[in-house]
Design a protein. Structure first.
Ligand SMILES: Cc1cc2nc3c(=O)[nH]c(=O)nc-3n(C[C@H](O)[C@H](O)[C@H](O)COP(=O)(O)OP(=O)(O)OC[C@H]3O[C@@H](n4cnc5c(N)ncnc54)[C@H](O)[C@@H]3O)c2cc1C
Ligand code: FES
Length: 283
């Protein structure tokens, strides 16, 4: 089976949107789930969160950051071309229900998985306060889309070029220190940001959820590649998650496992760039 690419778009430097025709996945998708795609028969399988789904159009949208060989190769695909595999929806959907006030926190490309959750929490009748951040204004994604699905939206940039000069976690702390009642916090972004965020919220006693991004291979709980430690227990992020209660997540283990294959990933990108000049499909 192959999957038609309906749209590709560069959002900000090194972050791209791809909309794929996948009606069965669109029908079943829920916020918090992901897909695993393969560009062609010899391609590696990479997991990407479902950033949006449209049942009427039968489409799934993913938003990805160029990290290495496969995400680089993805940018060469154009509208009308095909993906070999697009498997999903995978993972346990987020536990979305009426809770009260939910703080949605997204950093960098982490704003993409936050978007469908913020929308779903709002549709479930919650007061949604969103905080999105990036290194600078030019790297900020989905600001208008997040504004539409949030009751309040705050922006933070590391260099102060837009919104608060500093980290999203500074705003989280300000809100938790204010009179505002907060019933749940969802933080999605680079592991270090989730680790810092979890540290900030721990002393306030507000339930905090994070979405983990360990290396995944089969996405079905069979290979053990995505194992993470939560509350001292081993969990498989692909089937038990990817969302977990932040209290108890061993972020240091997550980060060290993510760097396990760095030399091979570097080599794969170098081979791709050298052999293909970075813009072909051979391997
Ligand atoms: C559930 C889940 C959802 C994700 N959603 C998104 C998303 O919406 N947008 C986005 O930009 N990224 C997302 N990622 C990360 C994305 O899968 C990696 O960036 C991608 O696999 C990198 O592949 P590469 O060949 O370009 O880079 P490589 O050079 O192979 O790797 C670069 C880095 O990407 C990570 N990575 C590589 N292979 C995998 C893999 N099979 N599984 C997980 N991480 C890997 C590692 O940290 C690695 O160091 C998600 C990961 C998971 C587990
Ligand atoms: S990716 Fe294989 S067990 Fe989760």
């Amino acid at each position: 089976m192959s999957y038609n690419i309906l749209e590709t778009r560069n959002l900000v430097p090194d972050v791209h949107l791809m909309k794929v025709e996948a009606p069965d996945i669109a029908k079943a998708a829920k916020a918090g789930q992901f897909v695993i795609l393969r560009i062609d028969e010899s391609g590696e399988r990479i997991p990407l969160t479902i950033a949006d789904f449209d049942v009427d159009e039968g489409s799934i949208t993913v938003i990805y950051q160029v990290m290495g060989k496969t995400t680089r190769q993805l940018t060469t695909l154009k509208t009308g071309e095909i993906l070999q595999d697009f498997v999903g929806p995978l993972g346990t959907p987020s536990d979305i229900r009426k809770i009260g006030t939910v703080l949605m926190v997204g950093g960098g490309v982490g704003v993409a998985p936050v978007f469908p959750q913020a929308r779903a929490y709002r549709e479930a009748g919650n007061h949604v306060i969103s905080i999105i951040g990036a290194r600078n204004e030019a790297m900020l994604i989905l600001e208008d889309e997040m504004a539409e699905v949030s009751d309040e939206l705050y922006v933070a940039t590391d260099d102060g070029s837009k919104g608060h000069h500093g980290f999203v976690t500074d705003i989280v702390k300000d809100i938790l220190d204010s009179d505002q009642q907060v019933d749940r916090i969802v933080i999605i972004g680079p592991p270090i940001m989730m680790k810092v965020g979890a540290g900030v919220t721990a002393s306030y006693g507000v339930e905090t959820l994070v979405s983990l991004n360990p290396i995944m291979i089969d996405g079905t709980g069979m290979c053990g590649g995505c194992r993470v430690s939560v509350g001292g227990e081993t969990k498989f992020a692909c089937v038990d998650g990817p969302e977990f209660n932040a209290a108890g997540v061993d972020f240091d283990l997550l980060m060290s496992r993510l760097s396990l294959y760095r030399p091979q990933e570097k080599q794969a990108l170098e081979n791709y760039n050298t052999k293909c000049g970075g813009d072909c499909r051979c391997h």
